[in-house]
Design a protein around this ligand. Structure first.
Ligand SMILES: C[C@](O)(CO)[C@H](O)COP(=O)(O)OP(=O)(O)OC[C@H]1O[C@@H](n2ccc(N)nc2=O)[C@H](O)[C@@H]1O
Ligand SMILES: Nc1ncnc2c1ncn2[C@@H]1O[C@H](COP(=O)(O)OP(=O)(O)OP(=O)(O)O)[C@@H](O)[C@H]1O
Length: 289
């Protein structure tokens, strides 16, 4: 490993193939059941390890102060846990919409934890990194572990699954939805019965946040009504993105071309192993340390 070069690590999007809310904990957090799958599309993070102990984000995100940026928070959390005196220069290429339900911020944080753990040789296990990451966001652990999963708890009790890998058209109406606002709404239903994992049938599941969001955001309701005419479509997370599934890339792209102008979108494939872990393995083979 030469300390002078930037290495690029992906921070993929996730989909919640369904999202059931089965209860609420005393601390206000919700007990969920969800199936996570990754997409072969996301942010890229370029990282150069340094010896000066500084965490430098060379590409700040407009509207997100550095001290609140999950990239910086993750790097500092790893520094604190490991007591390392190493630092890093970081450049983010942001492609995932914020407030889209694709977990972009959590994925960025997980990529920083996994990549710096290797670059700094802090040698934590993935479970230890997931524990550090959970304090930054409920979606961080699945990105750290990097396998498609059935999740319970607040999303941290993970069991590997291998859902079908479709092509997805992911569309976002021009609204940004706060996860916290959805979870604190009095209208959210919180009593979906718990599933039995050995009888899991993803197609018969749903997203409990969707009903609430389409009531409050006509932009989401209209887009969903339009998409379901062409393909099975559902909201991911707390929205606002909707994913529509297709057997081929061409089918997904043909519907994408028909989307109204104000809808941003991309086509990606569902993957059951995170691109982050594939990249890390490639670097580990390439570099002798
Ligand atoms: C909706 C999902 O994306 C589904 O995967 C996640 O549950 C949300 O994960 P996240 O964005 O990493 O969420 P966090 O940053 O941990 O929490 C944001 C806010 O959502 C609420 N929240 C989040 C997760 C959860 N299980 N119950 C909650 O009530 C809390 O009010 C919290 O203040
Ligand atoms: N590196 C980051 N990338 C994106 N958002 C960040 C980052 N750091 C902090 N944030 C904050 O997190 C908020 C949520 O962003 P994010 O992209 O994770 O949303 P999301 O896709 O809706 O997440 P989720 O699916 O986990 O609810 C942003 O509005 C922003 O204020």
């Amino acid at each position: 490993m030469t300390a002078t070069q930037f290495l690029t690590f992906p921070a993929p999007a996730k989909l919640n193939l369904f999202l059931h809310i089965i209860g609420r904990r005393a601390d206000g957090y919700h007990e969920l059941e969800t199936a996570f799958q990754f997409l072969d599309h996301g942010d890229n993070i370029n990282i150069r390890p340094t010896d000066n102990g500084q965490i430098e984000l060379l590409t700040p995100i407009e509207g997100v102060p550095d001290e609140e940026n999950l990239i910086i928070k993750a790097a500092k959390a790893l520094q604190l846990a490991s007591q390392t005196n190493k630092g890093a220069q970081i450049k983010l290429e942001k492609y995932l919409p914020m407030g889209g339900g694709l977990g972009g911020g959590s994925s960025d944080a997980a990529t920083i934890l996994v990549a710096l753990n290797w670059l700094w040789q802090t040698n934590f296990t993935l479970q230890q990194l997931a524990d550090i990451g959970l304090k930054l966001g409920a979606d961080v652990p699945v990105f750290v572990h990097g396998f498609a999963a059935f999740a319970k708890g607040v999303g941290e009790e993970l069991t590997p699954i291998t859902p079908s890998t479709y092509y997805y058209l992911v569309s976002k109406p021009n609204v940004s939805i706060s996860t916290q606002a959805v979870f604190t709404s009095p209208d959210l239903t919180r009593n979906t019965p718990a599933l039995k994992l050995d009888q899991l049938d993803i197609d018969s599941c749903h997203n409990d946040c969707q009903k609430l969001v389409i009531k409050q955001y006509p932009e989401v309701a209209n887009l969903l009504a339009w998409l379901v005419e062409y393909a099975p479509s559902q909201m991911t997370g707390t929205g606002a993105c909707i994913f529509s599934r297709f057997d081929t890339k061409e089918q997904a792209e043909s519907i994408q071309k028909m989307l109204p102008e104000q809808i941003s979108s991309f086509v990606a494939k569902g993957v059951n192993v995170s691109p982050l872990h594939q990249t890390l393995e490639k670097y580990q083979r390439e570099f002798t340390r």
